[in-house]
Design a protein around this ligand. Sequence first.
Ligand code: CUK
Ligand code: CUA
Ligand code: CA
Length: 661
Amino acid sequence: MRRGRTATWVTQNPADQARTATRGVYPALRRTEVSDDSRSIQNLARRHFLRNSAVTGVAGAGLASGVVGGVGTSALLGSRSARASEGDAMVAPGELDEYYGFWSGGHSGEVRVLGIPSMRELMRIPVFNTESATGWGITNESKHILGESARFHNGDAHHPHASLTDGRYDGKYLFINDKANTRVARIRLDIMKTDKVTTIPNVQAIHGLRLQKVPYTKYVFANAEFPIPQINDGRDLENPANYYTMFNAIDAETMEVAWQVIVDGNLDNTDADYTGRFVASTCYNSEKGMTLADSMRAERDWVVVYDVEAIEAAVEKGQFETLGDSPVPVLDGRKGSPLTRYIPVPKNPHGLNTSPDGKYFIANGKLSPTVSIIAIDKLPALFADEIEPRDSVVAEPELGLGPLHTTFDGRGFAYTTLFIDSQVAKWNIEEAIRAYNGEDVNYIHQKLDVHYQPGHNHASLCETRDADGKWLVVLCKFSKDRFLPVGPLHPENDQLIDISGDTMKLVHDGPTYAEPHDAIMMRADQLNPIQVWDRQDPFFAPTRAMAEADGITLESDNKVIRDGNKVRVYMTSVAPQYGITEFKVKQGDEVTVVITNLDTVEDLTHGFCMVNHGVSMEIGPQQTSSVTFTAERAGVHWYYCNWFCHAMHMEMFGRMLVEKA
Ligand code: CUK
Ligand code: CUA
Ligand code: CA
């Protein structure tokens, strides 16, 4: 018991060091009375422990292991006892998690599925990356989905969000942005595969991404971050005054861009409201600076609010232009436009979060120790020009240094990450509004050290009406000393915090790779993925169409079809055998191998790997997968199954015989 506690407190020391070290980087920031005061209880406790535990932290380990019976290492004991003391974060072997977590894989370009609260990684879903195991970016099906952007092998995924109906997860889709190559992707949650990828025209670097919550996810809203010349064809290279970026709405069903709105400044994060009418984005570079210094010049930047209904009406009336070859309607939402309003907020704001009661947009100040609370019910008056933009800001509580993102427990509390302080602040929204109106009320209820430099945080179901205040994940950018060292590149540290009680309790450290940025959690009962593919699944419909044109029945035929120098090899697979174990082609032929897995058993996936050809793919139960490559070299080339499927899995092989040209 004691050991777990001690370990936690001892390792908090570097947080102080990190805080001191990073403070110098942000000279514009000042330490506030509020944050010091509100931390005093924590600080006292921590200092008390630190004084005593610098020694006992190490010595205590041995002591504790003696007491408990010398089971395993002291580190293991530490985490076990911490879990035991915090209650139900432990999910026993064979038990299932309560929540799905969907994690961005950051600049790995993928999405990961976790179980919460165990934090076990359940699956990886390749999206913008090329992936060896499933053949994503290698198979014809994935290349068809990636389209023209299949030539890119990198991605930078930040914001995974799941489709909603009436403000609740409907279990259909997950969407995610690619900042690196200006894309938005959709994942089908029934098969947990990417099924659409759209490159957004006329803009560069899709960053903030959120979904329409009400009445349903008709649109995916996506912020393009960097202003560029319009049209970006070599004109205005050295004339930044003519650079603009755009706010984008993508039709969630067709994944085509529905419309784009030109804005002033740049665009960072975004979120939608619970009426379906308003969406808001932060802008950190209202200065339209081309350098870091320029982008920090103003004391206030802004939140830009979009009136979706007004934009739709304008599109309907044809009040738009198109740019270059792109057919997408482009509307002018710059200052003075009836489609937008610009609300000044301090300073280089970052995260933008809608409270689950639908009342507020909260913009996180980053270079200001404050967050700005915008009352959504004042926005109709703002768009009617009955009030000034700043009149919609109903409070601007000081929380600490470097507020980046805020999440909610559905009980009136908000949780804001403080990047520079390496803390999460728990505060009460209504109390913060009362304090802003002059009442003497301490709206900050707790600050918890996290390890270290947190970016996003996300409480279970917080972006829906069902926010349940059970678990909070905090995605820390630095892990420093929290894990065994693995070289100069460190994992990030995604921490799980129990927020079901009055105080936040850290229950798990989760190393993750390549900066996940953001994550969501969904109740397990809100999803129902299938176990075996539907033979009519649209995922491999183009392959089925090709087979039909060749007169092939995928479910039964094992045939080689020659079409000039193109060879199509259609085969089935049943564990542990391919339907064709030998086929002959000529050197230089373009070979397409199409495999239909006839096994119907759950979890019985086959693979196909052609040795020395850079070819491998997954074929799940009842799935059809295909891959095309050139038979460049004469000789014998073995192929084999690379997903362990049967006792005779090693024997699941065949030969491609390539005749000399
Ligand atoms: S961003 Cu990375 S911590 Cu791309 Cu949502 Cu804030
Ligand atoms: Cu089929 Cu291994
Ligand atoms: Ca700025």
